[in-house]
Design a protein around this ligand. Structure first.
Ligand SMILES: *Cc1c(COP(=O)(O)O)cnc(C)c1O
Length: 441
């Protein structure tokens, strides 16, 4: 377990988050429920912001990649910590604006942004749009012109570095729906095209090399590739990029197979990036760009846990034991999508040694509906509260109503207080948009 003052086993042997005993929490907030540690989200935002301030003279911006966990309260916390955010849809933009997020600190991403989404972005005077298609450049230029405005844009490029967890590879030709390759003339051509657009101001480039990355070298390699590219563009097109956005991807702890990184440890990633960037820019006499980074997972994943109630327990002799909970792929589809690993424990017996290896199953009509496979656990009994750790990112944001299950509520825990930041759904919510045509009545 990766403990900290705001996520630990208390002296009753119960799991405690944000100063709240999880066993007491479920009496007020029925399972399944997500619980977030506000202090951890704040600490992570602060550490990234301070590192840019201290190591790079504040010449940059941290954006919370809000696809990891998007709801009004999280945008409030992030804005309060004085960092920006990025959005990838009209829905995320709407939620951020509803929370009062300053539009000039929002960037918009997406490989196929809809006209309506671009319209909303321009109308709120969004900070920047990261363009990922020729058709988008045409559409955006025309729309900005209609509004008599000049919109800041970046171009998404593919630096030929692909990284996941413990591996990174350099590829000359990456097969991705995202970005324009810098390994050939593809990114250069779209740059030349963008520079002709009268109502768009190209400020620089964006890349995102992957996710759940632990190797600092993956990021410094991306810095090398991007600076080489910007230097080449300066020479070929006489365009000097002012902004460099390096995306997110910093790894988090899910199980003891992963590195445990403290907030201070995450600062080291930005320090390595900044050091490499300064060195490369000095080498080429290139002006230091405005540096943007976009961590998502590392800000919220470890902040969140999911609490479930154990239901049916089924032992298949000599095969495995299934412990079923009142949630599943509808609140956490990550095992079904990528066989993700998690750590589970019993909330009221969090200090007990595991006795067996079990598979935590969900309640959906799908054999692949597993929350975590082969996890060590004390012998669980029906009715006990089971906690799954590090579920703050890409769980609620990927939840669905499969089998017409409710998307669980989310609770924010802070200094012993807890309240809903997302209400749990009701049957009413599930049927809200259903219509029965007259002829079927
Ligand atoms: C998903 C994504 C991020 C955030 O990645 P994390 O692994 O959650 O840090 C940042 N930028 C872009 C463009 C992304 O698609």
């Amino acid at each position: 377990m990766n403990t900290r003052p705001t996520l630990k086993v208390n002296d009753k042997g119960h799991l405690e988050i944000g100063g709240c005993d999880t066993v007491e929490l479920v009496a007020r907030f029925p399972t399944p429920v997500y619980v977030f540690d506000e202090q951890y989200i704040r600490d992570m935002c602060a550490v990234y912001r301070e590192t840019i301030e201290n190591e790079y003279g504040g010449n940059g911006l941290v954006l919370y990649a809000s696809k990891a966990f998007s709801c009004k309260a999280v945008y409030k916390i992030v804005a309060d910590e004085k960092i920006g955010c990025d959005v990838v849809s009209g829905g995320e933009l709407y939620t951020a604006l509803q929370a009062g997020f300053p539009a000039d600190k929002i960037y918009m991403h997406g490989n196929n942004k809809l006209r309506q989404e671009l319209c909303e972005a321009l109308d709120c005077k969004i900070g920047a749009i990261v363009v990922d298609a020729y058709s988008e450049l045409d559409m955006l230029d025309e729309m900005a012109g209609e509004r008599g405005m000049v919109q800041d844009i970046l171009i998404r490029v593919n630096p030929g570095v692909e990284a996941h967890t413990h591996h990174f590879i350099q590829t000359a030709k990456t097969d991705s729906k995202f970005g324009f390759s810098i390994s050939d003339d593809t990114a250069e051509k779209i740059t030349a095209y963008a520079l002709q657009k009268k109502n768009l101001r190209l400020t620089g480039y964006h890349c995102h090399i992957g996710s759940q990355i632990f190797e600092k070298q993956s990021f410094t390699l991306a810095v090398d590739k991007m600076t080489d590219f910007m230097v080449r563009i300066r020479k070929d097109l006489n365009f000097t990029a002012k902004t460099l956005n390096l995306g997110g991807g910093y790894g988090v702890w899910y199980t003891d197979e992963d590195k445990k990184i403290t907030p201070a440890g995450y600062a080291e990633y930005l320090k390595a990036i900044v050091a490499e960037l300064k060195e490369k820019c000095a080498q080429y006499d290139f002006p230091l760009p405005y540096l943007v980074v976009e961590p998502g997972r590392s800000i919220v994943a470890e902040a969140g846990i999911t609490l479930y109630t154990v239901g049916a327990i089924k032992e298949i002799p000599n095969v495995k034991k299934y412990v079923a909970v009142d949630g599943g792929m509808f609140d956490n589809p990550r095992y079904a999508l990528y066989q993700s690993k998690y750590t589970a424990l019993l909330a009221a017996r969090a200090d007990e040694k595991p006795e067996e290896i079990v598979t935590i199953a969900g309640k959906c009509c799908e054999s692949g509906d597993i929350v975590c496979a082969d996890v060590p656990l004390p012998a669980a009994k029906s009715g006990e509260i089971l906690a799954v750790l590090s579920t703050g990112a890409y769980n609620y944001s990927m939840a669905s109503n499969y089998n017409r299950n409710f998307i669980p509520g989310a609770v924010l825990a802070y200094k012993g207080n807890a309240e809903y930041i997302v209400k749990p759904q009701t049957y009413e919510d599930l049927t809200r948009n259903d219509l029965i045509p007259e002829r079927l009545k």
